[in-house]
Design a protein around this ligand. Structure first.
Ligand SMILES: NC(=O)c1ccc[n+]([C@@H]2O[C@H](COP(=O)([O-])OP(=O)(O)OC[C@H]3O[C@@H](n4cnc5c(N)ncnc54)[C@H](O)[C@@H]3O)[C@@H](O)[C@H]2O)c1
Length: 424
């Protein structure tokens, strides 16, 4: 490798390519924290919303954050506008493929026109920051070679690349971005990593650990973190299944006691349901794929996935023990967690679908998911008035599948049994 890129001491202007659930929040928070930001998306509606000062996706605090940084934030569909910025962040989708790996297609399509614009403008030393989750090895084997071809230069000498995924939870993205436990930077060269570290020192409201490493190390770290959490959740669920076969065992007492050991800790030791959403299940499966690619197995990752599937089926079995086909059952909460409308791999959606297939009459309720933002709900009859339902449920069984706080005050009645796996 030649001399490391010598530009970037300070990143002042950034572009953010991909203004979805994560990218819109990154763009808005960067602007609110004082950076000049150009957002780029192929979706004109999102671009227009940002330029009107409106949130392009549903996320708490996003609209306020956009307003706070409005004078420094604008959006465009033209990737050439990235040329005038010091660094470009890329956050398009990276959907899972059937083998468990993540597709590079959207990242390639987002990065290529930016690289071409840099080349056409004769700009050297640009910093490309990838925030989308990638298959470990994809940056070095696929994305950086594409950039080297497009730019006609060498990564680490003529331009730089950082892999910089965020550890956020939907529904709390803004606070998660600004006050993370960890900032993870995989760097093609020390100067670009240092420049990104400096950006985070201005951007974060707290002082998180900033971990810098090689790009592939950061790719492995990103999915390992989620895989570890899924392992902990599946351990909890495995224990709950075992305890359930012992009539005098109290899973809540067991988990509460275990969590006092500081080596274990209380987080995710709460008897609940399966994990779901757009990150945990697929990041864990990606770790198993990554092991297979190098001739290994990842039995822990595979077991977490199996226990999770078993946990979903167990919920269906528990409900079947409380109501018969033909009975009316209300499934309350079909998102994978509160404060989001995402129903992907959610326990409640799975339960509703399974009950309907098995001949139950299913009513569905959620505080955020609707058929418009979660099309899987089209097949269900919905409870549209929660307060009226609460007063007079009129169902045999109500199952709380997502711990929205509002479900806490649903009283059982003579007619309606309320089942909650969480002891809400
Ligand atoms: N949502 C999460 O909770 C979360 C958490 C951690 C990591 N991630 C990762 O972040 C990435 C993005 O996730 P998301 O949930 O924000 O996705 P999303 O689908 O909500 O948003 C992606 C955006 O990228 C835009 N886009 C697609 N192709 C483009 C292109 N060529 N140029 C510019 N923009 C383009 C889309 O129009 C869309 O607005 C994924 O890799 C995901 O794994 C997401």
């Amino acid at each position: 490798m030649g001399t490391a890129v010598s530009h970037m001491n300070s990143i002042k202007t950034v572009s953010v390519c991909g203004l979805g659930k994560l990218g819109a929040c990154i763009a808005a928070t960067l602007a609110a924290r004082g950076f000049e930001v150009v957002g780029v998306d192929i979706d004109r509606e999102k671009v227009t919303k940002i330029n009107e000062g409106l949130a392009p996706v549903d996320e708490p605090l996003l609209a306020e954050t956009i307003r706070a940084g409005r004078s420094r934030l604008r959006a465009t569909v033209d990737p050439r506008e990235t040329v005038a910025t010091d660094a470009a962040f890329f956050i398009p989708p990276s959907p899972s493929l059937p083998d468990g790996s993540f597709s590079n297609e959207f990242l390639l399509k987002a990065m290529q026109p930016v690289a071409k614009a840099m080349k056409d403008a004769g700009k050297k030393n640009h910093l490309f920051v990838c925030s989308s989750t990638t298959t470990p090895g994809a940056m070095d084997a696929v994305l950086i070679p594409m950039l080297e071809r497009e730019l006609g230069g060498i990564c680490g000498r003529d331009f730089s690349v950082c892999y910089n995924p965020e550890f956020i939870a939907l529904g709390d993205v803004i606070n998660g971005l600004l006050e993370p436990d960890l900032v993870l930077i995989g760097e093609s060269d020390p100067k670009s990593g240092a420049a990104l570290e400096q950006l985070y020192k201005k951007y974060n409201r707290n002082s998180p650990r900033i971990a810098r490493m090689s790009i592939v190390s950061a790719e492995l770290t990103k999915i390992s973190l989620n895989s570890y959490i899924t392992m902990k959740i599946s351990f909890t669920n495995q224990l709950r299944l075992i305890a359930a076969r012992h009539p005098h065992a109290d899973i809540h007492a067991i988990l509460d006691a275990l969590g006092n050991d500081s080596r274990i800790g209380k987080k995710y030791l709460r008897a609940g349901l399966s994990y779901g959403g757009p990150c945990f299940p697929r990041d864990n499966r990606l770790l198993a794929y990554t092991a297979r690619k190098v001739g290994l197995e990842a039995p822990l990752a595979e077991a977490s996935d199996r226990v999770n599937e078993r946990t979903k089926e167990d919920l269906v079995e528990r409900v079947q023990a409380m109501a018969r086909p033909g009975d009316m059952v209300a499934v309350l909460g079909v998102t994978y967690k509160p404060n989001t409308h995402i129903t992907e791999e959610a326990a409640g959606l799975f339960l509703a679908q399974q009950l309907k297939r098995r001949g139950y009459r299913v009513l569905v309720h959620d505080f955020a998911a609707t058929p418009a933002n979660a099309p899987s709900l089209h097949e269900f009859e919905l409870i549209s008035n929660w307060e009226a339902f609460k007063r007079n449920p009129g169902v045999k069984l109500a199952v709380i599948c997502c711990p929205w706080a509002q479900y806490r005050d649903l009283p059982p009645t003579a007619e309606t049994r309320v089942f909650t796996p969480w002891q809400l």
